[in-house]
Design a protein. Structure first.
Length: 95
């Protein structure tokens, strides 16, 4: 990942004193489950798994760092769609 989010979201985060975290989607960038993109391995590249990855990250981060604040998923285009689907499938994980 090339660094923290920028633009309007960064200004909102700063205004609200929020921590901004950008996750890398499996199979994009350096995130290669099982270390390869063989056809058999690509069956793991699903929206359901991407949503479960985010839920697992939130659970881990909250436990590891003892955070108590609310989480807000955001994005544009495909990440925006994932944000909406995440809110629907995991409503207890986001504000």
């Amino acid at each position: 990942v090339g660094g923290p989010p920028g633009g309007y979201i960064a200004s909102l985060g700063q205004k609200r004193n929020a921590l901004l975290i950008q996750l890398e989607h499996r199979f994009y960038g350096e995130s290669l489950p099982n270390g390869n993109v063989d056809t058999d391995n690509l069956k793991l590249l699903t929206v359901e798994n991407a949503l479960a990855d985010l839920a697992s990250f939130i659970d881990w981060y909250t436990a590891e760092h003892g955070t108590t604040g609310q989480w807000f998923a955001f994005g544009g285009s495909y990440p925006g769609a994932l944000s909406g689907w995440f809110r629907k499938v995991y409503p207890e994980h986001t504000a």
